[in-house]
Design a protein around this ligand. Structure first.
Ligand code: FCB
Length: 450
C-alpha cells in the first residue's frame, strides 16, 4: 500500500485505555472505579470475570513498550486512571499512582514514542459515583481538580492530552445500563452528557491556566447514520441517532450550544439537563485538535425491530461485509472528516484516535494469529484517510485500536481487538499478522520520506 499523501510528520500509533489493560485494580493505593464495581456485580460482564488483572500492563508495561518499539510507533495513546491517581476522586493524591505514569511516560520518551494521554476513558472513581457521579454537576469541578493534578505531575512529559473519550458512553452507563454504573435513568443520562461537556471545558480552561505546554483536545466517536430508505421515518431516525451519538457534543463544543431540535426533543421527553448561562462559554473553550474514533457507520431502518439494517428487500448494491456480518465501510472515516469540516467548520488538526476490528468469529482450526481481515479493514481506512489528506484535511495521525487483546468492557475478554494476541491465562503476548503488516506500513512510510 502506498500512502502517498500522508506527510512525513504523520504519526502512526496504537491506542489503549487504563481499565482495559492495566489490571492491578487495588494495588499501590488505587481506589476502585465504577468499572471495578460493575465487573464485581454478578450478571454485568461476560462470564462474570472482572477486569482485575486485564493485561497486567501495570506490571508488564516495559514489555509492552518493547512491542511498541518493535512496531516502530510514533505515538502511543493511553488513558490515566483517575482513581489510581486520586483514590477518592478529589483531595488526596496517590503518589504511587503518579509514579506509575511517570515510569511509563519516561520509558516511552526514551523509546522515541510520543505519549498521548486521555484523562478520562470511562473509569470514574467509585467514591465520586457514591456522591452522584456524572449526573451531579459538581463532577465538572472534581474533574478539573484531577486534571490539574495530572498536568502538574506529568505535563513536562506528556505533550498531547485529551480530556474525555467518547462522551456518549455516559448515556450507555446511566440511561441504557450496558456500561458502568449500569443505571436505567434517562434524565440522569442526559445530565451526565451535559456535565461531561462542562467537565471537558473546565479541564481545557485549567490546561490553559496552568500554562501547560503541548496540545489538548477531546475524543468523539463518529458513527454516521445512513437511512436505509428515504422515507420520512428513516430520515428522522437517522437525524435522531446522529443527535444522540455526536451532534449533542459537537453542537456545544463548536459554539452555539445544543440545537433547537435536540432541545425540543429533550424537553418533550422531560430529560433536558440543568444548563446554566455560563456553561456554553466554558464548554466552547478552544481545543487544539479534534480526536475522532471511527469504526463504521450505522444503517438505520424504521421497519426493523431494532431500527438498524438495510431493508431485506433492498440489499445495498456492492455491500461489503465482514465475517461477523457487520458492514465494512472504510469510507466512514472520510465522511466523518467531511462532516466536522462542513457541518462544524472545523479545519484544524485532527487525529484519528481509534479505529480497529475485533477478531473474526473463530471456526474450528482457525489460527487467531492469522488476522487477514483486520489487515484489509485497517488498510481500507488508511486509504480513505490518505485521500482526505490529499483533499486538504489536516489529519496528523492514526491510532489503531488496539495494541493488544484486552478487556472489552461488558464483553470482557470475548472480543479481541489486538494486533498482538494476549493469552489471558499466561499473559503471553504474540504479534498477529496484522502487527507485522502494520510494522511494515510504518517502515515503508518512513522509507518513502528519505
Ligand atoms: C471504543 C472505545 C474503546 C474500545 C473500542 C473497541 O468505542 O473507546 O475503549 O471499546 O471502542
Amino acid at each position: 500500500m502506498s500512502l502517498l499523501n500522508l506527510p512525513p510528520s504523520f504519526e502512526f500509533g496504537v491506542a489503549t485505555s487504563a481499565f482495559q489493560i492495566e489490571g492491578a485494580w487495588n494495588e499501590d493505593g488505587k481506589g476502585p472505579s465504577i468499572w471495578d464495581t460493575f465487573g464485581h456485580t454478578p450478571g454485568k460482564v461476560y462470564n462474570d470475570i472482572p477486569g482485575d488483572v486485564a493485561c497486567d500492563h501495570y506490571h508488564r508495561y516495559s514489555e509492552d513498550i518493547e512491542l511498541m518499539k518493535w512496531l516502530g510507533l510514533d505515538s502511543y495513546r493511553f488513558s490515566l486512571s483517575w482513581s489510581r491517581i486520586m483514590p477518592d476522586g478529589v483531595g488526596r493524591i496517590n503518589q504511587k499512582g503518579l509514579d506509575f505514569y511517570r515510569r511509563l511516560t519516561d520509558e516511552l520518551l526514551a523509546a522515541g514514542i510520543t505519549p498521548n494521554a486521555t484523562l478520562y476513558h470511562w473509569d470514574l472513581p467509585q467514591a465520586l459515583e457514591d456522591r452522584g457521579g456524572w449526573p451531579n454537576r459538581d463532577v465538572a469541578d472534581w474533574f478539573a481538580e484531577y486534571a490539574s493534578v495530572a498536568y502538574d505531575a506529568l505535563g513536562d512529559r506528556i505533550g498531547r492530552w485529551a480530556t474525555v473519550n467518547e462522551p456518549i458512553s455516559v448515556w450507555v452507563g446511566y440511561a441504557l445500563g450496558a456500561f458502568a454504573p449500569g443505571l436505567h435513568d434517562e434524565r440522569a443520562g442526559r445530565a451526565a452528557m451535559h456535565n461531561q461537556m462542562l467537565a471537558h471545558g473546565k479541564a481545557v480552561q485549567a490546561f490553559r491556566a496552568a500554562g501547560s505546554p503541548g496540545e489538548i483536545g477531546v475524543v468523539l466517536d463518529i458513527w454516521k447514520r445512513q437511512p436505509a430508505t428515504d422515507s420520512a421515518e428513516d430520515l428522522a431516525l437517522a437525524a435522531e441517532g446522529e443527535d444522540d451519538g455526536f451532534r449533542f457534543f459537537l453542537d456545544t463544543l463548536r459554539g452555539g450550544g445544543y440545537s433547537e431540535r435536540i432541545q425540543a426533543r429533550l424537553e418533550a421527553e422531560g430529560t433536558l439537563p440543568e444548563i446554566h448561562d455560563t456553561d456554553q462559554e466554558i464548554i466552547e473553550a478552544p481545543v487544539d485538535y479534534l480526536g475522532l474514533n471511527v469504526y463504521s457507520r450505522v444503517v438505520v431502518n424504521s421497519k426493523t425491530h431494532d431500527g438498524t439494517g438495510w431493508a431485506e428487500s433492498d440489499p445495498p448494491a456492492g455491500g461489503n461485509f465482514l465475517d461477523d456480518g457487520s458492514e465494512f465501510y472504510p469510507r466512514a472515516v472520510y465522511e466523518a472528516l467531511q462532516m466536522v469540516r462542513d457541518d462544524y467548520g472545523w479545519s484544524g488538526p485532527i487525529y484519528i484516535t481509534e479505529n480497529g476490528l475485533p477478531d473474526a468469529p473463530a471456526a474450528p482450526g482457525d489460527d487467531p494469529l492469522r488476522d487477514q481481515e483486520r489487515i484489509r479493514y485497517v488498510n481500507g481506512f488508511l486509504e480513505w484517510i490518505d485521500r482526505a489528506v490529499a483533499e486538504g484535511s489536516d489529519v496528523r495521525g492514526y491510532y489503531l485500536w488496539s495494541l493488544m487483546d484486552n478487556y472489552e468492557w461488558g464483553t470482557g475478554f470475548s472480543k479481541k481487538y489486538g494486533i498482538v494476541r494476549v493469552d489471558p491465562e499466561t499473559q503471553e503476548r504474540t504479534p498477529k499478522d496484522s502487527a507485522h503488516w502494520y510494522r511494515d506500513v510504518i517502515a515503508s512510510h518512513r522509507a518513502a520520506q528519505l
